[in-house]
Design a binder for this molecule. Structure first.
Ligand SMILES: Nc1ncnc2c1ncn2[C@@H]1O[C@H](COP(=O)(O)OP(=O)(O)OP(=O)(O)O)[C@@H](O)[C@H]1O
Ligand SMILES: C[C@H](N)[C@H](N)CCCCCC(=O)O
Ligand SMILES: [Mg+2]
Length: 230
């Protein structure tokens, strides 16, 4: 049974989409048929086709299986706020089962489905469920993106522990250098000593997109990717 890769992070705006796009590219280079989803998105813009989210559009374009936007992003809300609050404003409820139905359609066509969460691990979807419940429902394997800045040690340790307590496999974490002013080396070392999962990749700060990127993905990530896609 295929398992989706769920990309979560220590916070909003720490590079989940940035890293997810890199993971999708890597999977494509490995010859896999890759689909992507951003199941719940806020901060969407109105277009003639309906509400559109920048993350979801980027993920949809990066994949090598082209899918209807509504499958990629079943829940889109306009205000850039927490999803349960955005849904409440328009009297909607985010239903994990509806996301699952879309996931099944997507997964049928792909070797692997890469799913970006929203905000962090415990962001609520409705009074009962949060992102972690979706991850459990989908039987996902989780990658944690740590946006390296002051304060991230606490966020990273809490999130990693909680993912594991929730019973989801934490494949590993990615050190994402989001702040060129931050000296991250000792922070990364502190996290390596404390997170009970491997460091999968270290993504340097890149002021401009570089066509040929020198990112070192660990051998473990490559192995995991192939086992997840089976
Ligand atoms: N390694 C990096 N080098 C340079 N810029 C980066 C890096 N990682 C992320 N960024 C930039 O930081 C910003 C936030 O990244 P991104 O949109 O991926 O965050 P996110 O966690 O997906 O946010 P959201 O919670 O809104 O989904 C973007 O402008 C992105 O280009
Ligand atoms: C709009 C923004 N960029 C994110 N997509 C939404 C992040 C929700 C975070 C909710 C919270 O933890 O308070
Ligand atoms: Mg994002």
């Amino acid at each position: 049974m295929k398992k989706p890769l769920i990309i979560t992070g220590t916070d909003t705006d720490i590079g989940k989409t940035y890293c997810t796009l890199k993971i999708i590219n890597l999977l494509k280079q490995e010859g896999l048929q890759v689909a992507s989803m951003k199941p719940v998105a806020t901060g969407c813009t109105i277009s003639s086709a309906g509400l559109r989210n920048h993350d979801a559009l980027q993920l949809q374009r990066a994949a090598n299986i082209q899918l209807p936007y509504e499958w990629v992003n079943p829940y889109a809300f306009e205000p850039p706020i927490a999803p349960h609050i955005a849904a409440n404003i328009v009297c909607q409820e985010i239903d994990i089962e509806h996301i699952y139905v879309n996931y099944l359609k997507v997964a049928q066509q792909a070797d692997i489905v890469v799913i970006e969460g929203i905000g962090g691990w415990c962001v609520p979807f409705n009074p009962l469920d949060s992102l972690k419940d979706l991850a459990l429902y989908l039987g996902g394997q989780v990658i944690l993106v740590v946006g390296l800045r002051l304060g991230c040690i606490n966020h990273a340790l809490l999130t990693a522990e909680r993912i594991q307590q929730d019973g989801l496999p934490l494949i590993g974490w990615i050190a994402n250098h989001i702040d060129p002013q931050f000296t991250a080396q000792t922070t990364v070392l502190s996290l390596r000593e404390r997170i009970n999962a491997p460091l999968l990749a270290s993504i340097p700060y890149q002021a401009h997109a570089q066509p040929a990127e020198a990112i070192m993905f660990s051998e473990l990530l490559m192995k995991t990717i192939h086992s997840v896609a089976l």
